[in-house]
Design a binder for this molecule. Structure first.
Ligand SMILES: [Zn+2]
Length: 93
């Protein structure tokens, strides 16, 4: 989180916005969860487990639709299609 979603004050640290007093802990938890899901998805992609990566990224998308999640999901779906085309051409020429 770069800015408080309520008053747009620059975020530094802590769980309460120093300007408006908004409770930020839940939002920080969501961001941490999102980062963890992104890391799991990237590890899944590194071992070419595209199905797991897509499941994880769809969960991440429900938390927050970041450009990173969208990019990873797009890449994952491209890789799944590429793998499927490879299998089809192997079996059916
Ligand atoms: Zn604020």
């Amino acid at each position: 989180m770069q800015r408080c979603p309520n008053c747009r004050a620059r975020y530094r640290d802590g769980e309460i916005c120093p300007r408006c007093g908004m409770e930020l802990s839940r939002l920080l938890q969501i961001e941490n969860r999102l980062r963890t899901l992104e890391q799991i998805a990237v590890r899944s992609l590194l071992v070419k487990d595209f199905y797991l990566a897509e499941i994880i990224l769809r969960r991440a998308l429900k938390l927050q639709a970041t450009p990173m999640v969208h990019s990873l999901l797009k890449f994952t779906r491209q890789q799944k299609r590429r793998r499927l085309k490879g299998k089809l051409s192997t079996h059916y020429g």
